[in-house]
Structure formats: C-alpha cells, structure tokens
Design a protein around this ligand. Sequence first.
Ligand code: ASP
Ligand code: MG
Length: 416
Amino acid sequence: MALYVQKFGGTSVGSVERIKAVAEKVKGFRDQGHQIVVVLSAMSGETNRLIGLANEINDEPTPREMDMLVSTGEQVTISLLAMALHKLGVPATSYTGSQVGILTDSSHTKARIQRIETDEMREDLDDNKVVVVAGFQGVDEEGNITTLGRGGSDTTGVALAAALKADECQIYTDVDGVYTTDPRVCSKAQRLDTITVEEMLELASLGSKVLQIRAVEFAGKYNVPLRVLSSFQDGPGTLIVADSDQDEDSMEEPLISGIAFTANEAKLTLLNTPDVPGVASRILGPIADANIEVDMIVQNVAPAGDYTDFTFTVAKGDYKQTMKILQEQVLPDLGEGEVKGDDNIAKVSLVGVGMRSHAGVASKMFRVLADENVNIRMVSTSEIKISVVIDEKHMELAVKALHKAFGLDKSDIESE
Ligand code: ASP
Ligand code: MG
C-alpha cells in the first residue's frame, strides 16, 4: 500500500465528463489499496476568465481581492470531484487550502508555502477517505486567502507530498511525460523514463512548460519522487529523480537527455565600445533598471585591445525597448560605438548531466551544425547545458540534426 498525491491539471478537469473520469481513475487506485490525496486545478480557462472579469471592473485590483477571486476556480473542481467520488461509493472530502492548513506568507498572487498541517489529512486517510485539496491556494497568518502564482497547483501537489512523506507525487496532465524535445517540431522525439531534477530545471527554464519550475525545485529540495503522466491514457510517464539517485557510472547513461529551443529571444550588439573597466555595467545597468532580463552575454576583445564588441540576448518582447535604451541612454553615455540588433534568432540547447563527465559534447554539436550549414552566432555553456544562438530559420533543422546525432531519435520501427 502506498500514499500517492495525485494532481490533475485544468484540462483533466475541464468538463463534467473529465471530472467523472478523474473520479474513476482515483477509485481505481484506491481499490488497489492505496491512500490518495488529490490536488486539483480550476477547470481549464477558468482562472483566465476570472482575471478577465476583474480587469473589466478595475484595472488595478488589489492583490488580496485578486486572490479571493481566482482561488474560487479550484473550489468548484474539488467539490465536484468529491461529489463524483461519492457517486461511485468512494468516501471523500474536499478542502480549500485554508481548511487543510496550507500556511503561506502574505505575498498575495505569489505567496510561498511556509508550513502544512497534516493531522486532519492523516485522520481522513486513516479513515479510508480520499482527501481532495484545492491547488494553487493557501492562507496567511491573518487568515487571508493567498495564491501561489500561475500554475501553482503543481507546487501544492509537491508540497503536500513532501509534508505527508508520500511515496510519489503524480502530476496528471495532457502530455504523457517529458520528451527529449518538442514532438511537434521533431517527430522522432521520445518520452524519457527518467530525468534528473537538475535537467528538468534546465529544460523548464528553457521553455518546456510541462511543470511549474517552483514545483520541480521543491521536489529537488525535499526529495519528493515526482512523476508526470497523462490523465487521458495509461502509461508510466516520466519520473523526475533527485540527482544523487542517478547511478554515476551507469554505462547506459545518455550524454544528452533533451534538447530545448526557443525562438523567443532577440540579440543586440554594441560594436566598437571602449574597452575600459565599467563598460559592461554601463551597458547592462540601464537595462536592468528597466526590469529587462538579459540571458546570454558575450564580449569580444578586438586585437588591438582598446575596443570591444558586446552582445547579449533578451526576450523578443523586450527587443524594441532594449534597442531604445541602448540608442538613447547607453550610446550617449559611452560616447562612441554603434548598435545592431537581430530578432530573428533562435536558441537551441543540449541538456544532460552526462555532459559533466564527457568532453567533446560542444565540438560534436558544432560539427553537426556545420555539416548542416548552420551558422553559430553565440555560445554559452554551463555544467549540464550548451546553448547556441542561430538564425531562426535554421531552428527546426538544427533541432532535428542534433536530436539524431546525439542518439535521441526513437527507432523508425517504434515511430511507425
Ligand atoms: N488555476 C491556476 C492557474 O491557472 C493554478 C493551476 O492551474 O495550477 O494558474
Ligand atoms: Mg499547469
């Protein structure tokens, strides 16, 4: 007998039929003798609908009232699921975050969980009841309802699993696991059986939106076995494991676990800027002041040594504003130089803990791209990641070529 925390996302509870299907699924696990805590999101689209209503009334609603409003979406699904379980003869009780004792700080709309009281849940579980908890919400010391940020139900699930020392936190969603890359771009992408927390964090921050990043961090910190699976079809999904659980000398360990990519960045270059101390901060300072996040940074020193080129990337949506800051603030401040920009770029990244112990991943990556005639504009590396910036028009070609070259393609037999 195991204790599972099972979180179902918005599409999994998007209609009365889907809610009934979740009830059947939960009943199936309980019939096998497992204890189940269910965490639910609001019906898909509901949170956005509520935010829309607020904005029709007041374009600056207070965060406290926002939380009061958006937390209602989850209250609908938990009560309906409890009713659906009752209909199947399964004893179940639904609880809001406040009722179940999910205590957070008071940062409305982005609250952090501080403590979870588990006594009541334990009592229910011992009485053979299914516990159904509203995701995404908690309560602060003063009794105000708080929410954990968009996608926060994932974090509720992992936090409950940690507090209850559950055997596994299972995140049921509309994909059947974490893939080597986006299957919509590369049809040879395959589901990974396992991935480490570290790799998952890199992939998530690079734009694969399977799980809320905070939930993955939480799972890593508290060692919660976390599994992503489909709520629509049966299958093992992908298990996200703590890095230490990975067998260090495993011969099977792949070099690369996944390829992330995004066309959502733009690059800007300052040419011929004086090479003196403080230049980098004079360039990036005004950009940080405007709250624009900079991703990759490359500085080249000219052979003569007194001039440099400085290139960096920002989100595409920040491109125009960044360009303006460079032209209107930074250049006048530096006194010389020239600005160039390109928003038709893509960033492609190889991610894998296997990289740590193997040299030559970068050179192989560059060779594969060269063979495809793909020009590399920028490179950055970390311990388990290599990213390149290329022209956007080459993104798909690069992803497919790298996917094949690093042995990630599923076999043609499997892929029909
Ligand atoms: N309903 C919330 C949202 O849409 C929380 C969640 O779905 O995880 O962001
Ligand atoms: Mg979600």
